[in-house]
Design a binder for this molecule. Sequence first.
Ligand code: DP6
Length: 339
Amino acid sequence: MKMITCIAPINMAVIKYWGKRDEELILPINDSISASLSTDVMCAKTTIVTSALLKENKFWLNGQEQSFDSPRLTNCLRAIKKRADEKLPHLHWNISICSENNFPTAAGLASSAAGYACLVYALAQLYNIEGEISNIARQGSGSACRSIYGGWVRWHKGNSPVGEDSLAKQIVPADHWPEMRLLVLVVNDTKKKYSSAKGMAITTLTSSLIKYRANEIVPRRIEAMEQAILNKNFQSFAELTMKDSNSMHACCLDSFPPIAYMNEVSHSIIQLVHLYNDYKKELTVAYTVDAGPNTCIYLLESEVEDFLSIVNFVFPNNVDDNEYYRGLKLPSIRPLDES
Ligand code: DP6
């Protein structure tokens, strides 16, 4: 028997991936950039067991058994096994996968990114695969390729029709900008109506704005964002982050039928961020929203206390602060134990 357990971080995009040019291979229409978060607060944990005695393949997510036949899982497994040494005896045994997220699944908090990054990394460990695996994680969920690396990560869309060059590369490790924090304001932790996959498929098919975004806006913005991160220029970083989130959601609304991921609370938080920045006379906090209403705030450590006290004042709640606002440091994926 062999067993491996890994944990992987969620990542939060500052230049968003929205739209595929190939649905099956999960090839995006634009590059994207994100930060992988510290695994001490929000992460996926996956254990894989393989044994000659296992009669069939099994997969559990958060304690519930899932079908093993999902195309995304099958594609990842096939791609990993193709890279393994045929002579490895346990390559031909069945496997049992048990995966857990310590945060709401499918509520726009990048659960599939952490989940598939963790799964692919664990499989690579199990079958002794070395080298590039982000283009395999991508086949589980696009954004998962970025969670393979720690720190600031860019997913290069690539040009190949088969996707071998559509992969993630680290821009800088997390300790490059150690003061950076992310607050995840959980507005609603129920499952979203349109998954990211469905939402971006509708947008790609029906929005005319998305073409302009992918071909004109993002290519310029991605270079500027890389510079902002390299130079630790928070003003530029914040402006690009907020504008890119707005642009993605504008494309969602430009879809037919329109897709609205944000709700009134998300919009109120956005207003609050703008008011707060106006009051501070510079950009000190930046919002970004994925495919759901939960609103994330990038800010520097020195700003956390002030901003949180305003948020607590404007949105009083009876839930323990730690449940609502999670201050995250950045960092990466690591194997927990191997036996
Ligand atoms: C809004 O990676 O979940 O979070 O590739 O279909 O699995 P699939 O989509 P997914 O989409 C993430 C979209 C996003 C933006 C981002 O993370 O870049």
